[in-house]
Design a protein around this ligand. Structure first.
Ligand code: ZN
Ligand code: ZN
Ligand code: ZN
Length: 111
């Protein structure tokens, strides 16, 4: 079972910072290899800086769906907005934070 760290408030990876309906993923951080629901959780519980995943590492399983606990690779996650297994909708607002987790520049120029 994938262990989710941080200020988690339910069993679908919502945390004290992000707890809307679609906030149902956790991200494994490259720096410590731990799953956190968001970067703020990481900053509260760790005392090192976040290391982002490089583009050559996007085939790493680093996203977990909080509903069914299926792990996705970064590439899979970046190319879908629903869980590939249970079809739960992921929060599109997360796109605004991709650069905090991945070496990511939006292909379509959107910030
Ligand atoms: Zn870390
Ligand atoms: Zn959080
Ligand atoms: Zn799922």
């Amino acid at each position: 079972m994938t262990e989710i760290h941080g200020a988690v408030i339910d069993n679908q990876t919502r945390c004290t910072h992000y707890h809307q309906l679609h906030d149902i993923i956790a991200i494994k951080f490259k720096c410590c290899g731990k799953y956190y629901p968001c970067y703020q959780c990481h900053q509260e519980f760790e005392n090192h800086n976040i290391a982002v995943w490089g583009k050559h590492e996007f085939d790493t399983l680093a996203i977990v769906c909080g509903v069914c606990k299926t792990e996705h690779t970064i590439n899979q996650y970046l190319n879908t907005n629903t869980c590939l297994h249970c079809k739960s909708l992921f929060n599109e607002g997360c796109q605004n934070h991709y650069h905090l987790y991945f070496d990511y520049t939006a292909a379509n120029g959107k910030q």
